[in-house]
Design a protein around this ligand. Structure first.
Ligand code: ATP
Ligand code: MG
Length: 649
């Protein structure tokens, strides 16, 4: 365990939105007086009708319910767009668009233009018969029209469900069927890493699958201008239906608790579920976390590298930044195309001040060596962020020292699709950092640790992470399945929201996420978190990435099975194997003795870049015929390789 502490940089203390003192005081208030705290924050937004009732929530079976701002009426797009135009910010840049290939020019869209395009599409959608409450799927590349599509739905009260552009026809069909989607917005093709993604063709294929006849219309954006098959009258060109629409569109009056969107989770643990978020609470929470966690300034250029198909894209590329009138980079491509310098070039090209990315991306950039980073200036950067998985201290330090030149704080933000926004994170001007720790809870968030029986644990200890009270950004249900919602999140430890994650609280009350509870390995009665073992492995200079799972072991109950990816140009050897076993034993203790090391040129990941341990567990257990749902895998060949090399280890 590391004891390194990185204090708040002196120069931040004078210009931050929140100092340590203010954090302590406001956090206490947010917990003791949630109505007062959140009522005040909500008051900074524009409502048709200001809410008078703030919090009305219970996690208990008898009176279960989650409502925030329940008598408030609003439209989120008024807060994302119209409000800024009224305040004279119409000419501020909302999106800087960076295309897949750097050979093409980048572009930009002002808040005024974004408003006009949103209204035009919203009018077109209404004309096509879409009404408040109808479901619209968005299957798009990372282009400005993707954001426009989300906003246009919200403008007229249609519920959007964004489907990541890397998903297959079957995944589209599953989601279309579950949500009974009426209209799909897509593009002819997308560009990604120099390849063409046949989006329209995938939609065509999906709509041939059973259960998809709810779809009446498919709107197609001309993006690459590739020839696609248009099936009339179902398929319509986006530009043709929007072109002659007025640039004003009356926003739908939404109750705060009316649904805003459904988003299917990435599925690292099983069948995707339709997470439903509502309008008022989500807006307030996404915007407030974005402003405070990134300590936002008016001249920031914010770049979140997530895809809009994930919650991170929803909250921190679209709704949060737009509500805050921030300038955001929207990047169509991938960080390694045309080569590994791309991330750093984009930062220099657009003078990015805040970079928000994932540990998987950080590790892959780190693997390529420091030279590629040092070719860039990165002088504009003032803050770095991480999300998606625990960040290994080794990767944290590299991110801090090499990417950030030891100048910029890192906000390691823990949250989930279900939580709508960031839950545990440093605030740059308030929180001293410890590499690998998500540090302290955000305003209004009450985390607790419980043991397997649900008993609350106090002091510095480790356990299951629960949240004991509601916050505005919390999901409201699983679409169409309220019982599954209750059972999944509120029945394990009654009266609390169970996150599914494990965590440790240290002597300074800092929080360390140890990974999913399902991933905790029990070796001879000792609970070992996968994150810790993986961090020990990644600390070795030759190791690029590692994933550790448990497997049945005659003597120990469970043994430790490690998949290890080596850095480019390092050879696998028995000596290295011995060295790694030793390293983990000395870092964590003799109880953490690796039983198997399986060399893995690649690890199975979800499309959002998370390691799929469920599959790795099956391979370790030798259950090669029962790998389960692999439809959300980014690259299925990785699994084939591991299966075929298993016995050799
Ligand atoms: P599914 O729920 O469908 O299995 P998922 O949990 O990967 O998929 P997300 O909601 O995108 O889908 O991810 C949330 C999870 O990611 C958290 O529960 C946690 O395990 C992990 N996570 C996110 N951010 C962090 C972080 N900063 N530190 C540690 N873990 C994190
Ligand atoms: Mg999850």
């Amino acid at each position: 365990m590391t004891q390194d502490v990185y204090p708040v940089p002196q120069e931040l203390c004078d210009c931050t939105l929140c100092t340590d003192e203010q954090y302590i005081e406001q956090y206490a208030r947010s917990i003791h007086d949630p109505d007062g705290y959140w009522g005040e924050i909500a008051g900074t937004f524009e409502w048709f009708k200001q809410p008078t009732k703030i919090k009305n929530t219970s996690f208990h079976k008898d009176d279960f319910g989650i409502k925030w701002f329940e008598d408030g009426e609003l439209n989120i797009t008024v807060n994302c767009l119209d409000r800024h135009l009224k305040q004279g910010r119409g000419n501020k840049i909302a999106y800087i668009f960076e295309p897949d290939s750097p050979r093409y020019p980048s572009g930009s869209v002002t808040f005024r233009e974004l408003h006009d395009r949103t209204c035009q599409l919203a009018n077109a959608l209404r004309q096509l018969g879409i009404q408040k409450g109808d479901r619209v799927a968005i299957y798009m590349p990372m282009i400005v029209d993707a954001a426009v599509s989300m906003l246009a739905c919200a403008r007229i009260g249609a519920i959007h469900t964004v489907i990541f552009g890397g998903f297959s026809a079957q995944s589209i069909a599953d989601r279309v069927q579950d949500a009974q989607v009426k209209l799909i917005i897509t593009a002819d093709e997308g560009h990604r890493g120099g390849k063409h993604v046949p989006l329209k063709a995938n939609v065509d294929q999906a709509l041939k699958l059973p259960g998809t006849n709810s779809v009446e219309t498919v709107l197609v954006v001309r993006n690459t201008h590739a020839a696609v098959n248009m099936q009339m009258p179902r398929d319509r060109w986006f530009d043709e239906v929007t072109r002659n629409q007025p640039v004003e569109c009356e926003p739908e009056r939404m109750n705060a608790e009316d649904p805003l969107f459904i988003l299917y989770t990435s599925g690292s643990t099983g069948k995707p579920k339709g997470v439903l978020h509502t309008t008022g609470g989500y807006m307030v929470y996404a915007a407030h976390t974005h402003r405070m966690v990134f300590d936002l300034r008016d001249d920031d250029v914010f770049w979140c590298t997530a895809d809009i198909g994930w919650i991170t894209g929803h909250s921190y590329i679209v709704y949060g930044p737009l509500c805050n009138a921030a300038t955001t980079v929207l990047f169509e491509g991938i960080p390694t195309y045309p080569d590994v310098r791309r991330t750093w070039q984009i930062i220099d090209r657009h003078r990015v001040t805040i970079l928000y990315t994932a540990p998987t991306a950080i590790r892959s950039l780190m693997r390529e060596g420091d030279e590629n980073v040092k070719l860039s200036e990165r002088t504009s950067i003032r803050l770095l962020g991480s999300v998606g998985e625990p960040i290994n201290p080794e990767a944290w330090r590299w991110y801090y020292e090499v990417a950030g030149d030891s100048r910029s704080p890192i906000v390691d933000t823990w949250w989930q699709t279900e939580t709508g926004g960031i839950m545990i994170s440093p605030l740059p001007g308030a929180t001293a950092l410890k590499p690998g720790s998500a540090t302290r809870p955000f305003f209004g968030i009450k985390p607790e640790l419980v043991d397997a029986e649900g008993k609350t644990l106090s002091g510095a200890t480790e356990g299951n992470l629960v949240i004991t009270d509601s916050w505005p950004g919390q999901m409201r249900t699983i679409y169409g399945d309220p019982q599954r919602f209750f059972d999944t999140y509120f029945s394990t430890y009654p009266g609390t929201y169970f996150t599914g994650d494990g965590a440790r609280r240290d002597e300074d009350d800092y929080w360390w996420i140890t990974g999913r509870v399902d991933d905790v390995i029990n070796v001879s009665g000792h609970r070992i978190g996968t994150a810790e073992v993986e961090s020990a492995l990644v600390a070795h200079p030759h190791v690029a990435e590692a994933a550790v799972v448990g497997f049945p072991h005659e003597l120990k109950g469970q043994g430790l099975y490690a998949y290890v990816t080596l850095n480019a140009e390092v050879a696998e050897s028995d000596d290295l194997r011995t060295e790694l076993v030793k390293l983990v034993r000395t870092t964590i203790g003799p109880i953490a003795t690796l039983d198997v090391i399986h060399w893995a040129p690649g690890l199975p990941k979800t499309r959002s870049g998370k390691i799929m341990r469920r599959i790795l567990r099956k391979i370790a257990e030798g259950e090669l015929g029962a790998l389960g749902d692999t439809s959300t895998l980014a690259d299925p060949s990785v699994v084939d390789h591991l299966v075929s090399t298993r016995s050799a280890d």
